[in-house]
Design a protein around this ligand. Structure first.
Ligand SMILES: Cc1cc2nc3c(=O)[nH]c(=O)nc-3n(C[C@H](O)[C@H](O)[C@H](O)COP(=O)(O)O)c2cc1C
Length: 703
């Protein structure tokens, strides 16, 4: 191992130029927004701010409200970022708070169970009632994002299972009408829930609602009614309203009322306190992350250490030259990483994109960082380093941190602008950032930041060049790079050593001129054959019926065809491998603009038709006639046939594509079930819910 000597590299604010910067958003160039097949949200996150002192350390003058735990179920970092905001607000409101990843809670429960010699699940849950105050009730806030179709985020999955069992709720989509408590397991827990969701999805904020009801059923006491945020509108505004007007007033009234509080003066001109310290090191960056460094990384960012480099072995454009858009087929060799890259047909491939080196260099220049400098990150104030504390693995070079771990191109949220304002030395810059971060500045934020696809790199390099931010502050404030998930478009049986993906390159015209490309699709588009991409496999909800005679109905327009291609490869393989068995029909609904421009994988679909695998192919070419024709219209025409396949032959239905398409298909399926099964709409919905619970109706949708 290279001997590492500590050197100092003070951050010199004065050495940076301080031009007066007016926000000239129209001139911004090359802005990238992370866009993927599934998770198009870029989401920030900072560190787990451990403001919760140990029992004996709790300063009751500073924290008259006692301790508070903020649990978060987050996929792309928003709930985590909100948790960190609450930790910060909590200190001002008189609470010693800490943010906890729900997966870490489960790990704690596991440790407690072991110590107790394997306690049952209701005993396990009582970990939630652990309070820092002797004999006190525990206080917790749950920030729950909803994913998939009303499902938990990956890090909340086990917690939700535990709550389901304890609260005796089997159907996540239909919460019990009566929410009377059924046990007193959590009688020492006071809680509040905020759900993060999107109204475009059918099961709006399902996880927030579920956790709110489930905690109550096992004896928890609600502090305030649940708050719900809509990412399709103004999620941050919804959260701000809830925390400022509902949560904190109630928390103060209940736990702090009357207590004198020691307040620390805050001054916007001084740098905010930072949860990290940077130690600059001599030596070269190691290509391998040590087990110790990996252990220090937050659970929500474990993919930074688990992802592996695999090489591109094939890449081709799927659309015709006459189409201005681009959909790319890419094959990635996983044969050298089979121990960690095993996949099942239609699983997801997680991809960790890198920022373009031009942007990385521009940011380093603007902030005065040396890209080749090696550094280590520590918690501030000589706090003892515990596992899962840091946002990414270090030691690493500044280049690696900016390239791989900081999301320089994603859309900053209003709260990010507020944080960045602390570092602007120019009054106009600071005021502009604070204005757009405020509730009143929402319209300006939308106009000048969101619709212009401005990323943090634009802010520090062009719009507010007076921003001067020490490295440890920048890594704290900058949103972290999130993986993008693509549904694998190959069958693991047919292609065990390669993973295929199918992605559209997101390119949009920006308001005020110029173009922006999606961060990940742009990154993949730049990749050439033989170059590595950093990837990992994640389970998906698509699972083929084990019984080969069962029919499969697939609805996947555009890039939604990806999992259907994998399913067809798999079903074709088994038809050949076991010709004497009965093989069920495969029905595909595909849609695009027209047959010449973007009818992707046409040759393959025709081959599947010719060999008998694809028994029905319904094509919706939306622009080939005066009236638009979409997949749901074709499905409606097959009402009797579809019902027969579902009802009599136990067909599975797979839907993949945009949320709006998914909603229209869902509605059409309800119509079919009502018409053919002589049911009312509620009954038809229940019929589909039952199919979904049994894994026979699977939707993977994105907005
Ligand atoms: C693929 C996908 C599926 C989603 N499914 C739902 C859903 O079923 N219901 C809902 O209310 N919101 C849904 N959402 C919206 C997210 O819950 C919302 O954007 C949230 O802010 C994400 O928080 P996070 O960044 O902490 O993961 C979905 C978002 C994506 C990208």
């Amino acid at each position: 191992m290279v001997a590492i000597e500590k050197i100092t590299m003070p951050f010199i604010l004065e050495s940076l130029a301080s031009p007066t910067a007016v926000l000239t958003l129209g001139t911004t160039t090359l802005i990238l927004l992370g866009t993927t097949l599934y998770f198009i949200n870029r989401k920030p996150s900072t560190a787990p701010v451990a403001h919760q002192p140990k029992k004996e350390e709790l300063d009751s003058e500073k924290y008259p409200g006692g301790s508070l735990t903020i649990y978060y179920g987050s996929q792309t970092g928003t709930a985590q970022m909100f948790a960190e905001q609450l930790v910060h607000d909590a200190a001002l409101a008189g609470f010693a708070a800490k943010a906890v990843d729900l997966q870490d809670l489960i790990d704690d429960i596991g440790d407690t169970d072991e110590a107790d010699g394997g306690a049952g699940s209701s005993t396990s849950l009582r970990v939630l009632c652990k309070s820092n105050e002797t004999g006190g009730r525990a206080k917790a806030v749950f920030l729950m994002a909803t994913y998939g179709e009303g499902e938990p985020t990956d890090n909340a999955r086990q917690f939700v299972e535990l709550m389901k069992t304890n609260a005796q709720i089997d159907n996540l989509y239909k919460l019990p009408d009566s929410s009377d408590p059924i046990s007193s397991d959590l009688e020492l827990l006071d809680y509040a829930v905020f759900g993060l969701g999107n109204k475009q999805y059918e099961h709006y904020n399902n996880m927030g609602k579920f956790v709110d009801v489930a905690l109550y059923k096992v004896g928890g006491q609600r502090i305030v009614p649940i708050g719900l945020g809509d990412d399709n509108d103004d999620l941050e505004g919804d959260f701000e309203n809830w925390k400022d007007n509902v949560l904190w007033p109630a928390m103060r009234a209940k736990y702090v009322a009357g207590a004198a509080m020691k307040r620390e003066e805050s001054n916007v001109m001084t740098l905010p306190s930072c949860v990290y310290e940077v130690e600059y090191l001599d030596g070269k960056e190691s290509a391998v992350v040590s087990a110790e460094a990996a252990d220090r990384v937050q659970t929500s960012h474990k993919h930074y250490v688990n992802a592996v480099d695999c090489y591109v072995v094939a890449k081709r454009e799927l659309r015709d030259k006459s189409d201005p858009g681009s959909t790319i087929h890419m094959e990635i060799d996983i044969s050298k990483k089979m121990n960690v890259m095993k996949y099942m047909t239609a699983d997801n491939l997680g991809i960790l994109p890198k920022n373009d080196s031009v942007l990385v260099e521009a940011v380093a220049r603007a902030l005065g960082y040396n890209l080749d400098q090696l550094f280590d990150l520590h918690p501030a104030n000589k706090q003892k380093i515990e596992k899962h504390m840091l946002p990414f693995p270090t030691p690493c070079s500044v280049r690696t941190a900016l390239e791989r771990y900081c999301d320089l191109t994603g859309l900053p949220r209003r709260s990010d602008l507020k944080q960045l304002a602390h570092y602007a030395r120019d009054d106009m810059d600071r005021k502009a950032l604070l204005r757009m971060a405020s509730k009143e500045g929402k319209a300006e934020y939308k106009d000048k930041i969101a619709e212009c696809h401005v990323g943090i790199h634009d802010i520090v390099t062009k719009l507010c060049p007076s921003i001067a931010c020490p490295l440890e502050h920048f890594v704290m404030v900058c949103p972290k790079m999130q993986p993008r998930y693509y549904t694998i478009s190959s069958s693991s049986t047919v292609h065990p050593k390669t993973v295929h993906i199918t992605f559209s390159v997101t390119e949009e015209s920006k308001k005020g001129g110029g173009k922006f490309k999606g961060c990940c699709s742009g990154y993949l588009e730049r990749k050439q054959i033989s170059e590595p991409v950093r990837v990992f496999v994640r389970d998906s909800t698509f699972r083929l019926p084990k019984q080969m005679e069962r029919p499969v109905i697939m609805i996947g327009p555009g890039t939604g065809i990806a999992p259907m291609r994998a399913v067809l490869q798999e079903r074709a393989h088994w038809r050949k491998a076991e010709p004497n068995k009965k093989h069920g029909p495969n029905v595909l609904y595909f849609g695009c603009k027209n047959r010449t421009m973007d009818y992707i994988y046409r040759d393959e679909l025709e081959a599947f038709q010719n060999d008998g695998t694809l028994t029905e192919l319904h094509l919706a070419f939306s622009r080939e006639q005066a009236e638009k024709v979409y997949v749901q219209h074709l499905l409606a025409k097959q009402s009797a046939e579809t019902y027969k396949l579902i009802h009599d032959d136990n067909a599975s239905i797979f839907v993949c594509g945009a949320v709006l398409m998914g909603a229209a298909v869902d509605h059409t399926l309800q119509d079919i079930i009502m018409e053919q099964g002589n049911m009312k709409r509620e009954e038809a919905k229940g019929y589909l819910d039952k199919m979904a619970l049994g894994g026979r109706f699977v939707q993977e949708l994105w907005s």
